[in-house]
Design a protein around this ligand. Structure first.
Ligand code: FES
Length: 125
């Protein structure tokens, strides 16, 4: 039996930045083919920085903790800094995930990157 770190439990029990931004500048959605879980990120961008970020996750405890952590890591950062953020960075920030839950961490940064791509497409960049 694998156990979650205290950070994972904290972000799962008290997720940060949960919700939806109605007038989002970019939206990114990813699904996990392994388990069918879904994650959607909404971003507001100002001066090339993430001014606001919210997420909705239909998934396991690890997926919710990953969403919460990645949203905290992205807030206030430049788009470039967020694009450079990897799924491994997020798992590390959570003090790791059990090996059978590592696939759950693959949703977080991917969904956020998609939201940035969506923003750039809308901007014609
Ligand atoms: Fe589906 Fe974790 S079991 S994302």
């Amino acid at each position: 039996m694998a156990f979650y770190s205290e950070k994972v439990m904290d972000h799962f029990a008290n997720p940060r930045n949960i919700g939806e931004i109605k007038d989002a500048d970019g939206i990114g959605e990813v699904g996990n083919p392994v388990c069918g879980d879904m994650m959607t990120f909404y971003i507001k961008v100002k001066d090339d920085k993430i001014e606001d970020v919210k997420f909705k996750t239909f998934g396991c405890a690890a997926a919710i903790a990953v969403s919460s952590m990645v949203s905290e890591m992205a807030l206030g950062k430049t788009l470039k800094q967020v694009i450079d953020l990897t799924n491994a960075d997020v798992a590390k920030a959570l003090d790791g995930l059990p090996s059978n839950k590592m696939h759950c961490s693959n949703l977080g940064a991917d969904a956020l990157h998609k939201a940035i791509e969506n923003y750039k497409t809308k901007q014609g960049k």
